[in-house]
Every structure is written in C-alpha cells, then in structure tokens.
Unconditional design. Sequence first.
Lengths: 258, 367
Amino acid sequence: MSQNGLLSISNVTMRFGGLAAVSDVNIHVAQGELVGLIGPNGAGKTTLFNLMTGVYTPTEGSVSFLSETLNGRKPYEIVRSGMSRTFQNIRLFRELTALENVKVAANMRNETSLLSAVFRTPHLLRNDDEIDNFSRNLLEQMDLADVADTRSGDLPYGLQRRLEIARALATKPKLLLLDEPAAGMNPQEKVQLMDLIRQIRERFSLTILLIEHDMKLVMGICERIYVLEYGKLIAEGKPEEIRKNPKVIAAYLGEEVE
Amino acid sequence: MQEFVQNLIYGVETGAIYALIALGYTMVYGVLRLINFAHGDVYMIGAFVGFFACTQWLPFKDLSQHPEAATLNVLLAIVTLFLAMLICALLGIVIERFAYRPLRNGFRNADAHFWGFVAALPLTAFVGAMTTTKRQGAFLAVGVIVGFALRPAMAYLSKKIKPSSSRLNALITAIGVSLVLENGGINVFGADPKFIPDILPKRQISLLGIEFDSSRVVILIVAAVLMATLRYIVLYTRPGKAMRAISHDIDAAKLMGINTDRVIAFTFALGASLAGAGGFMVAAFTNIKVVPLFGLQPGLKAFVAAVLGGAGNIPGAALGGLIMGVVESLVASKYPQWRDAVAFILLIVILLVRPAGLLGKNTAEKV
C-alpha cells in the first residue's frame, strides 16, 4: 500500500446469494491520482462503487478511506467524510431546480438542528447565504449559471450529466467517483467531458476514480487503469500496458463473440 | 340556496380537517412509499391530549360561571393546541423509530431495549393485577427487572429479523401499530365516550343571511395557517428540501450526504403534529365524543383524500381533503345515509378514472 493512500479496497468480496459479483478485489488509489476502472458489462464495476459508498457492506474484506475503515458506516457519513459520486443513469432530483439540487448536497455538510432550520435562526440565515453563494459560484464554474433556476429534469442530457457532477462537487469531496460519465454522449461531447474532468481535478484538487466503457476516453485521461472481469481483477497498469495486455484484449473480444 | 351555502361552509370546514390528516399520509407516502395506517390514531391521540388538557391538566374556567375568563381560556386553548401538536409529533417519531425504521434498516440495540420492555408489559400487568394497589412500587420494579431480563432475548431474536424492503411488510406493520394504538387507547383511556366542555365563547355569525358558529371559523383559520406553514417548510427550508430530494430518489439522497433517517423522522413528526392539531380542534369545537376509535373513520377518509389528490403530492392532499369534505357535506344534506359511503365511492371512481390522483403525475412503471 502506498504511503499517501486515499482509498484502499483490500480483498473485497461481495456475494448476492450464490453469485460473487466481486471477488477478492484489491484496489488502491493515492491522493491526487486519476484512476480508471474498466471491464465488460456485468463485471462488477458499479457493485464496487456501491461497496465504496456504503450502499452495500462487503461480504468479506474491507474498504478504507483516509485510513479509516468504512465497513458498517452509513452512506451519508461516508459522503460527509469526503467521497462523492455520480450515477450511471442520471439520478438528479428531477423536480428540483439545478440550484436546489446543488444546495441540497451543499447543505448536508454542515448539519444544523431541525428546529433552527425551521425557525431560521440568524446563524442559519448567514449560513444559508454562504451556501447560496457557494452553490451559485459552483454552477458558474461548471458553466451552468444560465440554467440555475430551470427544473433539472427539463435540462438537456449533456447539461444533466454536468449538473450531476456539480452536485457531487457540492459535497466538497476529496475523492470523486464517476460512474460512466460519458454514457450516451456524442464524440464531441466526450472531448468536452475529458477537458471538464481535467479542469475540475485541477481546480478542486480532486482524486478521481472513474468507470467508463469508452476506451478512448479512459486511455486519454487516466493515469492508471484497473480491469475487472466477472468480478475479478485481471489487470492493472498504465494505459499503454493495459492496451497491450492479452488478457484484457481477450476479455473485450470475448464479449463481442458472445 | 341558503342551505346549500351553509352546507358548503360546513363541508369546507370538515374538508380542512381531512386535509390536515391527509397531509400526514401523503408526506410519509412521498418519502417512504408507505401508507401509514396508524396516522388516524395519531389524530385520536391529539383529541385525547385535548380532552385531558381541557379537563385536568390546564386551569380552564367554566365559561357559564366565569364569563370574564374568556381571554384566559383562549390563551389556554392555544397552549393546548401546541401541546397536542408536540405530543403527537413525539408519538410520530416514536412510531417511526421503533416500528418502521427497524424494518427498513435492521435492528439496533436500542430497539432491543424497547421491545424488551414491551414484551415485559403483559407480565407486569399480570403481576399488577395480582398485587394490591398499595404495592405499585414493587410491581413497577418487577416490570423494570423483567424488561432488562428480556433485553438479551430480544437482541437475539432481532438478529433473526432481516431488514425488509417489502412494502407489504411495512403496510402490515402500519396496521399493527394502528391496532396497538386503538386497543391500547381502550385499555388506558377506557372505551366510554368523553366530551370536551365548551372552552371558547361561542358566537353565531350571520353573514348575508347565512348563520354559522364562530368555532367553525376558528378551525378553518387554524388549518389554513398550519397548511401555509407546512408549505413554507417544505418549499424553503433545508429539511423541506431534503424531504423533496428523498421523495424523488432516496438512494441518491443518501449518496449526496443526506441523513435520510433523520429527515424521515422529521416528516413523521410534521405529519403527526398536523393530525394532532386537527384531532384537538374537532374534539373541542364540534362536541363530538372522544373515544379510542375516534381516528378510524376520519383516518380512512383522509386516506381517500390523499389518494384523490395524488398520493405523495402535498397540494393534492389539501385539495383532496377539501373536495371530500364538500362532497360529503352536500351529499349528507340530501341523503344522510350515504354520508360515509360517498367517500369510498369517490375512491373507487378515482382509482378507475385517474389512479395517479387529481394532481398526481402518471409515471411509467419500469419493467
């Protein structure tokens, strides 16, 4: 394990009944890295994300973040400790406006008592102003300021994707998990997305772990890649190593033959 | 014509009460997709809190003998209203914490404590019946000891209970809670009808030849203020925003750092306090008898109102309640025997014609 490890997944296995969706996986991500996680459909990538964010508790093994084990901690506690994610299929709060979506996530960082939230104490109002500024600022940085008051469900697809990333950033994460951010995008949008990911990584000094199907995108921006197949890790390395790895080629060609 | 308008006014007033109860149903349905059938019984508890406050806890004066005490009584009535809301809110939190949350998340140690003491109740009641009333201290001590003794057993049993996402399990639990409150109410309060004495000065208001009680106006105004407050909380405060986020996607809300359990408890408290306010007002101002089954019929009708407006939709619940009240009142003025049936006829019609409710959105079910 590296010295400045931010996230480490050690010997994690997740079984659903008889099926081992993830078995004996080890993944380590250091501070500041941009790591990719690829694999054919059903390889267990999203399950792995769910294990990291506390949606599932691993059957065996442990996940630790900032040197603390996450086993048994609740999703909202994990988010507050600095890990945030987006979803493969967009899961915005569709009836809320873009600004409200970001605010909901930003609010949760500083918990106020429910009573003071209802009776609006001066402290809370000051805090509300801060959050309002913070959220508008964030939308500005993500080029979403124009649509701040639009119902998020009405936004075009590309902007919804972007808003989801903005919402994840509103929780002020140290580690950002992106689940297929380029899904459903055209080649031009994908190029923009790559730029965006690079930008936010710089600006918010993030560590990023991303799941992606689009090889060009993964190879283009990731510094290190893990490959998963049938719940097992079959390769790990730099993009050029992965590209040549016979196992990986077989896994992907194998998928096509089926 | 005059009679029609009068019935309309009564209908709006009844409807306001249905709306208050329906809001609790619809908010809980919104966040948990659970029909909280115990909600009507929370309304009953509100009425009982009102009864005890008016007859025992607070120094209300009999207005027929002390007509000058009107101001005092009005102030005390406001205190009682808040007391009923507070106690019902706490009850809502307890119900959520010990009945629905263990089902959702699995048992914790605190749950084992609680259920240990609940399991000890029949035994201590038995011991209590055996001993003379002078030894109540001893009988209490036995209860506490047995409660603690049963705790490990409960903790063991609770390990066998897996959290369940089944809506049917939650629904059956809700009916169970409702039965516990009703029969617990019969046990504790007794089944004999109780009446809240007239605590507020009554005046007949006559407007354009239409006569009605001032107390009806009080109910309407208080209900309107409460609903406006609720709307403000849901739309503009943080817990309100979190509630809306949860009702759209509870899993995504968790992953955005929302402490969903806390917000759900808040939702129950909010809904229960509205029902409590409604229970107290109806019991105090309409001279209806307060019994442990006080909440059964209004609870069911408010449930229909929530479905009518669109389950999970807050303005819908208010609208549904008003429609229910007015329809019921108009039908009852011509055909009194159809008074209770009309609510359920309305339910059948709405389920056939527009199952999502008046303001509800039709959502495509993913298969």
